[in-house]
Design a protein around this ligand. Structure first.
Ligand SMILES: Cc1cc2nc3c(=O)[nH]c(=O)nc-3n(C[C@H](O)[C@H](O)[C@H](O)COP(=O)(O)OP(=O)(O)OC[C@H]3O[C@@H](n4cnc5c(N)ncnc54)[C@H](O)[C@@H]3O)c2cc1C
Length: 404
């Protein structure tokens, strides 16, 4: 049986490895559009950008594991009735297909040579070249990627301004009452944060300095920010455009609408990682999770089910971010209306926040509180009801805050 995996990022690589671990003896073909050996993405905005690591390649012996790597090869179309994958290097037949094409960063309209995205190894290398001491760096977007890029740029001695259209940082992910306090992190690091600042365009050349080869970021309020380089970190969308016409059902965000076994609408085709969404019985909603842990956990389930298994995928989502010298971790999934409990003073060095629904924890955010994260994740997994008074006391361990 030939299993083809499309996309050689974390989800695709882990699926291929899991197929072997789970005993598949037939062919495994792993197709990746990028020419590079498969690599991990989180270090790109951390050690690779900082120059502490040259690359983040996976330490996996693909040939030794019987995984045939087809790199620099892009899937271009799919005929699930004939079980044929179209690629820029010819058609490939499959018995089972796993879609793991990840996500593409959202770009701003227009062109500028000074503009950087941060998604691929090549992006990180190009941006690193621009992060020279004293360079003026404008980061568009105070989301996860923007905050990490700003952190590194500042550590490398750049002058950093972050512009964010929303009134607070991380507005897409967390409530303002939490993120308002994060402004201080930018200030403390010497990064200028301009919120409520929408970008109208980026043009080559600094309009204020004749002959300067930089760029200018134009804000809609008329402000002009000169920059040597601009980092655009305004989100990512599932990379699924190539599936147009295949009949594979997408959701309203453009993610492949998988079922709770990560099966798509086509027989024998599964989807995993950033490109897919799945119904969560735990959170009673369809989740699209753009985080590393989902790519790793989902891959094991996708592999098992590609081999005929019936494993349900219903994780407690988890991710981390390293920004402004802090380890920020989030587990679970909250929504408006959940009860928010603070554990500790948001001005303190470390604190956590917990969301409860009917007394049961549904999500947890920790800032430099790894013990809360470990204990809280277990409570989230087991849906253990908590005593809200004890849970809000940072001196009480979370595992001791269980409702009697
Ligand atoms: C800079 C950066 C930092 C991050 N940091 C963190 C972090 O600190 N914590 C965290 O939890 N998450 C982090 N993430 C998110 C995490 O890396 C992603 O969730 C994870 O990489 C998703 O894996 P994936 O395999 O689904 O997708 P991807 O990693 O995007 O891999 C998909 C692969 O498919 C290839 N592909 C796309 N289309 C085709 C096609 N048609 N044919 C063939 N190949 C194709 C792409 O080239 C890509 O290599 C970060 C992401 C980035 C970009």
């Amino acid at each position: 049986m030939r299993i083809v995996v499309v996309g050689a990022g974390m989800a695709g690589v882990q699926t291929a490895v899991a197929l072997r671990d789970q005993g598949h003896e037939g062919e495994v073909l792993l197709l990746g559009a990028e020419p590079h050996q498969p690599y991990d993405r989180p270090p790109l905005s951390k050690d690779v950008l900082l120059g502490k690591a040259e690359h983040s390649r996976f330490d996996i012996d693909f040939p030794g594991r019987g995984i045939e790597l087809l790199l620099g090869r892009r899937a271009t179309g799919l005929d699930p009735v004939r079980r044929v994958l179209g690629t820029d290097g010819g058609e490939l037949e499959y018995d089972r297909l796993v879609l793991a094409t990840g996500a593409r960063p959202v770009a701003l309209p227009g062109q500028s040579a000074r503009r950087h995205l941060l998604r691929t190894h090549d992006d990180a290398v190009a941006l690193k070249g621009a992060l020279r001491p004293g360079a003026r760096i404008v980061v568009v977007g105070a989301g996860w990627i923007g905050a990490e890029a700003a952190t590194v740029a500042r550590r490398l001695g750049c002058e950093v301004t972050v512009v964010e259209a929303a009134p607070v940082p991380l507005a897409g992910a967390l409530p303002a009452e939490i993120t308002e306090g994060m402004r201080g992190w930018y200030a403390e690091a010497g990064v200028e944060l301009r919120t409520g600042a929408a970008v109208g365009g980026i043009v080559d050349g600094d309009v204020r300095l004749e002959g300067d080869p930089g760029a200018t970021v134009l804000l809609t309020d008329g402000t002009e920010l000169g920059a040597d380089a601009v980092v655009v970190g305004i989100g990512a969308r599932p990379d699924t455009g190539w599936l147009d016409g295949s009949g594979i059902v997408l959701d309203d965000r453009g993610a492949i609408a998988a079922d709770d076994r990560l099966r798509t609408s086509a027989e024998g085709v599964l989807a995993v990682g950033d490109c897919a969404s799945f119904p969560s019985a735990r959170y009673r909603t369809r989740l699209m999770v753009h985080h590393w842990d989902n790519a790793v956990q989902g891959a094991r389930v996708a592999a098992a089910n590609a081999l005929g298994g019936e494993q349900q995928y219903d994780p407690v989502p988890y991710f981390w971010s390293e920004q402004f010298g802090r380890m920020v971790q989030y587990a679970g999934h909250h929504r408006p209306g959940d009860t928010l409990l603070r554990r500790g003073d948001p001005e303190a060095a470390d604190w956590s926040a917990l969301w409860l629904r009917d007394g049961v924890p549904v999500a947890l955010l920790t800032v430099d509180r790894p013990r809360d994260l470990v204990q809280g994740r277990r409570l989230l997994e087991r849906r253990t009801p908590l005593d809200p008074v004890l849970a809000a006391d940072p001196a009480v361990q979370l595992k001791a805050a269980v409702r009697a």
